[in-house]
Design a protein around this ligand. Structure first.
Ligand code: XMP
Length: 597
């Protein structure tokens, strides 16, 4: 048995670096997430190194790192950027922009006997997210696997325990990924699995340690994360030491605040208080069109309302700590680690809150977990299934599902030259709209490509979607037009957040939710955002349906609903006032995020 005890994961800023530690943890392997400039003395007890992915390019702007890491005589696995870094520094070549892959790819394994891919099938789906790629192997390296477009998708040194993969074995959508980490940890690094410890117990101990004799003022949206946070805080501290505050922003779903209050009370979470604050949110948001500004303002308004309530209650700020139901994806998507890019600022990670969190002044018992883990904790706490399996809803609410456009951007978007992309015989158009995506660990803000084809072609178009977004740098989403006039006559228009637009969107969201439940589809989906976009033919706009399947939202797939359900949804949405087009979003994550902004 090896003397060393853990695997060091060197974090170059990938969205998935922390997910690597989770996967290894599930195998009973200890890890440490360390920065690239870590001193080698800190690695004395490491059994192996994993070099993570990251948003930077090793050929343009590499992250400074301790080059001794590659000479430590430890087994090394480079993932994505980590592979490219090794390829460059061991004497190979990395090229930018030639092969871009975001989302699914098909890996064909070459060498059956290599330890890294033991027990891997000859062909399998792997998940990619890169714009640079290795185009020449360093001396001494061989290829273990390739995709249709990428020769060096999995590589190894002929004699030394050094390996690299361009894909991400840590994400749920690489189905054999855990086997790769198992091979690396057990067969290559020689580690043995440790017994798994109870997460709930560790969370409770953490709360006791941090809160001491104080009390917690917890912001509760009523979604899975904040509800589980409330339940675990109540159990650890007792209800009297926890004040749950639900803020009705006016941007929630139909009847949501009432439902939250009722459901949580029925689950025994009676220390929840609701405050109406729609006016404050409207006042601050009404002229805002830029997505990140919306998100910052919403986060800040939550804090202002919380401060007003605390003042009214005369709470002594010295004895009350602020609490949130933050989970890990909120932090990493907000650019919350040293080398990570900001994909979008989650409402609970605006600057002031991120700073408080970094100083240990926020009580966030679930901050290192993903939503699927939170659901398990909730089940352990006895919370009802309908609460735990409710679709997630973002803190900024419908505000980030109603795209806005100001006149300067309108001009800019109208001027953009957009090429025509052919997809079989169908009419296509790159829409003069922008939405957020995540590509190669970076934020993208690009156009959707809309295709005019019957819904019966959705499966084949979904299959082609990744190829289309890989090929054309201008687009990060693929839409299928479900209804509306010819795409070519559609125009964008100036739009802000108005009560009328939010009302239409709320109705659309309600229709979609009802039909998903009626069609027995609700439980198959992670969530199904309904997005209002200012693109129309006459006076109207468009609705985009985003049915999405995932386990923890770090990666996921567009989900194809049965045609009958789609037909019913379209018929009811068409009856809403001022809806010209209805689209179906066929984009996986990456390249698209779940929400549009
Ligand atoms: P994206 O759009 O980033 O979303 O792929 C991943 C998951 O997070 C939800 N989401 C949020 N949740 N505050 C939240 O509590 C936010 O600001 C926020 N933004 C996105 C999103 O709905 C999806 O489930």
């Amino acid at each position: 048995m090896a003397k060393q005890k853990y695997i060091a994961v060197i974090d170059f800023g990938s969205q998935y670096s922390h997910l690597i530690t989770r996967r290894l943890g599930e195998l009973g392997i200890k890890t440490k997430l360390l920065t690239p400039q870590v001193n080698k003395n800190r690695l004395a007890k490491a059994a192996g190194l994993i070099l993570s992915g990251g948003p930077q390019s090793v050929i343009k702007k590499p992250v400074p790192y301790n080059q001794q890491l590659l000479r430590l005589k430890l087994p090394i696995l480079g993932v994505c950027y980590g592979l490219q870094l090794m390829a460059r520094d061991f004497g190979g070549r990395v090229t930018g922009g030639k092969i871009r892959e975001y989302g699914p790819a098909n890996l064909k394994r070459h060498d059956q006997r290599n330890k890294l891919l033991t027990d891997w099938p000859k062909q399998s789906t792997v998940w990619m997210s890169h714009g640079d790629s290795v185009t020449k192997l360093p001396p001494g390296f061989i290829t273990l696997g390739s995709t249709d477009t990428l020769r060096y998708a999995a590589v190894a040194h002929r004699h030394k325990p050094i390996f690299g993969v361009q894909f991400h074995p840590e994400v749920h959508h690489t189905p054999y990924g855990s086997i790769l980490y198992q091979n690396f940890a057990f067969n290559i690094c020689g580690l043995k699995p440790q017994k798994l410890t109870s997460k709930l117990k560790a969370i409770e101990a953490g709360i006791r340690r941090q809160v001491g004799e104080k009390k917690v003022f917890l912001l509760v949206s009523g979604g899975v994360d904040s509800t589980v946070a409330l339940a675990v805080l109540n159990r650890t501290l007792g209800k009297r030491r926890v004040y749950g505050l639900h803020i009705d922003t006016g941007l929630l779903r139909e009847q949501e605040s009432r439902l939250v209050k009722r459901q949580l009370a029925a689950a025994g979470l009676t220390n929840l208080h609701v405050v109406g604050a729609a006016g404050a949110f409207w006042r601050r948001l009404r002229s805002i069109t830029e997505p990140e500004t919306k998100r910052q303002i919403i986060g800040a308004t939550f804090l202002q309302i919380k401060a007003q309530v605390a003042k009214k209650l005369r709470l002594n700020t010295k004895s009350w700590l602020l609490g949130q139901g933050t989970i890990y994806p909120d932090t990493i998507e907000s650019g919350g680690t040293k080398h990570a890019d900001k994909i979008k600022t989650h409402h609970n990670r605006i600057n002031v809150l991120a700073q408080l969190a970094a100083r240990g002044l926020l009580v966030e018992p679930l901050k290192n977990l993903y939503k699927d883990e939170v659901r398990l904790i909730g089940a352990e706490l006895g919370l009802p299934k309908e609460l735990l399996w409710a679709h997630p809803f973002p803190g900024p609410g419908l505000a980030v599902r109603a795209l806005c456009l100001d006149s300067s951007r309108l001009k800019q978007l109208n001027q953009i030259y957009v090429s025509k992309i052919t997809v079989s015989k169908y009419n296509t158009r790159i829409l003069p709209l922008l939405s957020v995506g995540v590509q190669g660990d970076e934020r993208s803000y690009r156009h959707p490509l809309a295709i005019e084809a019957p819904y019966s072609k959705a499966t084949s178009l979904h299959y082609q979607a990744a190829k289309l977004t890989n090929k054309d740098k201008n687009i990060n989403r693929i839409l299928l037009k479900l209804s509306g006039p010819n795409l070519n006559i559609g125009k964008i228009k100036v739009a802000t957040l108005t009560p009328q637009r939010i009302k239409i969107l709320r109705q659309a969201d309600n229709i979609v939710t009802q039909e998903l439940k009626q069609g027995n589809m609700y439980k198959n989906l992670w969530q199904c955002p309904t997005v209002l976009v200012p693109f129309g033919a006459k006076l109207g706009e468009s609705i985009v349906l985003r049915p999405f399947a995932s386990r923890e939202a770090m990666t996921g797939r567009a989900y194809l609903l049965p045609q009958t359900v789609v037909r019913r949804i379209v018929r009811r949405l068409q009856a809403l006032p001022a809806i010209d087009y209805i689209f179906y979003d066929l984009t996986d994550k990456p390249p698209g995020t779940v929400e549009w902004e």
